[in-house]
Design a binder for this molecule. Structure first.
Ligand code: GDP
Ligand code: ZN
Length: 302
């Protein structure tokens, strides 16, 4: 559920929380990490001290997926942010604050690269005028055609909050989005007592006070968990090769084989199927602009 230095909060199948340590050294094949265990890991443990609720972890089960980013301190190492994530839930707002399409697309590309499906939540529906509602409908059409479900919510008047819960139910979801989009308010709307139960550690509840850069998992109900990760904004584009980026745009991936050059970057090359699709409006301009800005290195400079 979370780590506090060399101790890990482990949730048992019954729902109790134990403080566990790691037995010996853990190596992970293929890459070096600064943290052997991350939020989301499933582990085998033995109870050490029943009175103090402590245990010893002996095994980490194979991971479905993981999010890793370059360690800030040891550049040759990766830092595991979270593992075994069923879906990412990106909370965005068209106003107050405005989430840019560039940010949304960059997030989606990173999530694709980690093979994590994403749902888009557009919050603060109550603040939108008709023109903005129409625009939001257009965005929904675009993103749903790419297999990213969209839900509109207002944490203030409760609109869409039940749908938000339905999206989360039975899954482990990574919650992401700019500060101020209403993440805490939405989560509190579906789990009012989470706040109470976690107020000592929650980054949701104690913004500003809490300074950890580690992700934490919270239990909404016995089958439903959310991961809050303060470091999620820098999500993974840093290590991506330029040739790779278009592979994480599902609508581009479909056409890549039809480009004349098999190493086409879809910039100035002749007979580029991607650029043709943009011209024919089969690929949204906004998505191609986001692609160009990622190729430009804006936020994925090494
Ligand atoms: P976080 O930083 O993403 O956790 O955002 P917060 O949950 O702290 O919300 C930031 C501000 O937006 C607070 O003042 C909330 O009351 C407000 N807010 C959250 N959701 C909504 C909404 O659906 N509509 C409106 N009008 N305000 C909202
Ligand atoms: Zn091309």
């Amino acid at each position: 559920m979370r780590s506090t230095g060399s101790w890990y909060d482990v949730r048992s199948k019954e729902g109790d929380i134990l403080q566990c340590r790691l037995k010996g050294k853990f190596k992970i094949k293929g890459f070096k990490v600064t943290n052997p265990i991350a939020v989301g890991d499933k582990v085998v443990y033995a109870i050490e001290d029943e009175n103090r609720n402590t245990g010893m972890i002996s095994e980490i089960l194979p991971r479905e997926n993981y999010i890793i980013r370059k360690s800030v301190h040891k550049t040759a190492h990766g830092h595991l942010l979270a593992t075994n994530i069923d879906q990412a839930v990106l909370i965005a707002t068209l106003t107050f604050p405005r989430t840019s399409l560039g940010f949304i697309d960059r997030f989606l590309v990173a999530a694709e690269s980690f093979r994590i499906p994403t749902v888009l939540i557009f919050n603060k529906l109550d603040l939108l005028n008709q023109e903005q509602i129409d625009y939001q409908q257009e965005l929904t059409q675009l993103y749903e055609s790419l297999n990213y479900p969209c839900v509109f919510t207002s944490a203030i008047d409760g609109n869409g909050v039940a749908e938000f819960y339905d999206i989360l139910r039975g899954k482990v979801s990574l919650i992401a989005g700019h500060s101020g989009v209403g993440k805490s308010t939405l989560v509190n709307a579906i789990a009012p007592d989470l706040d109470l139960r976690t107020s000592k550690v929650s980054t949701f509840a104690n913004k500003g006070v809490h300074t950890t850069t580690f992700a934490e998992m919270f239990e909404i109900d016995a089958e439903t968990f959310i991961i809050d990760s303060p470091g999620i904004k820098e999500l993974g584009l840093a290590d991506m090769e330029k040739e790779e980026i278009s592979h994480y745009f599902p609508e581009m991936l479909k056409l890549i084989n039809q480009c004349r050059f098999n190493n086409c970057l879809h910039l100035d090359e002749p007979n580029c199927a991607i650029k043709e699709a943009v011209m024919e409006e089969k690929i949204a301009q906004s998505r191609y602009f986001s692609y160009l800005s990622m190729m430009d290195g804006g936020d994925n400079r090494k």
